[in-house]
Design a protein around this ligand. Structure first.
Ligand code: ADP
Ligand code: MG
Length: 233
């Protein structure tokens, strides 16, 4: 496949990444010359003030947004040169995504929400349901899996989102303020759970958060400051 890059030693490689938004005659440089290297299995936390470009960076890594310049490689994918087909394959097979808002489908139970991404990949319904229910038990939702999102608490919905992010056994979990809508106690529980699950399944994690208490679980802590990505001190 032409978009696959062989012989790449680091799992994620970002070189000279720049993002400029243009619109209504205005030009906004969110960041420029961002460099980043991530080894497989590393847990990264990215901090930064609101509007500093954290979501933009995560969205580019997740092929949900495009770069203005620079290069992003993740595993064997050259993210900055993906065709649409490979981009959707990358998102469906290689990534687990968790956002501040859970994005669970409202008419489906927690179990259905978690098993759907695996079922849509062609795995049998029985097998997908079995794996989904195992994951839901692991995130502490064994008694809530037949409930609709509206019948779950905020913390439970984010637990379901954590289970859903892992169902396809992805290589990389991208989490954009996954605890941002929760009260401090639930934020701590969900943040802790996410780190534990990522460690258990040996995934690479990039998490954007405002919650500095979660930085202690990270291997590396970075910050977007004045359009640059720097080590947090
Ligand atoms: P953060 O996640 O750190 O709060 P964002 O990445 O969402 O920041 O946004 C970074 C900057 O880019 C902000 O100033 C925001 O207003 C701007 N921005 C985000 N998305 C767009 C867009 N689609 N068009 C124009 N500007 C945008
Ligand atoms: Mg954001």
């Amino acid at each position: 496949m032409s978009n696959r890059v062989e012989n790449d030693t680091s799992f994620i490689q970002i070189e000279g990444l720049k993002k400029i938004y243009t619109g209504a005659g205005e030009k906004l440089t969110v960041f420029s010359d961002v460099h980043m290297r991530v080894k497989q299995g590393t847990k990264i936390v990215i901090l930064g003030e609101s509007g500093s470009g954290k979501s933009t960076l995560l969205n580019i890594i997740g092929a949900l947004d495009t770069a203005s310049a620079g290069r992003v490689r993740v595993g064997h994918y050259d993210i900055t040169a993906l065709d649409e087909y490979t981009a959707s394959e990358y998102r469906a097979s290689f990534l687990g995504l968790i956002f501040q808002f859970h994005y669970l489908l409202k008419d489906f139970t927690a179990l259905e929400n978690v098993f759907l991404p695996l079922y849509m990949k062609g795995i049998s319904k029985k097998e997908a349901r079995m794996r989904a229910s195992e994951l839901l038990c692991e995130v502490g939702l064994e008694k809530r899996m037949h409930h609709l999102p509206s019948q779950l608490s905020g913390g439970e919905r984010q637990r379901a989102a954590v289970a859903r992010s892992l169902i396809t056994d992805p290589e990389l979990i991208l989490a954009d303020e996954p605890t941002g809508n929760l009260d401090p106690e639930n934020a701590h529980l969900v943040g802790d759970l996410l780190f534990s699950m990522v460690e258990k399944y040996h995934k690479t994690l990039i998490m954007v958060t405002h919650d500095v208490s979660l930085t202690s679980r990270a291997d590396e802590c970075l910050r977007i400051k004045q359009g640059r990505l720097v080590y947090d001190s």
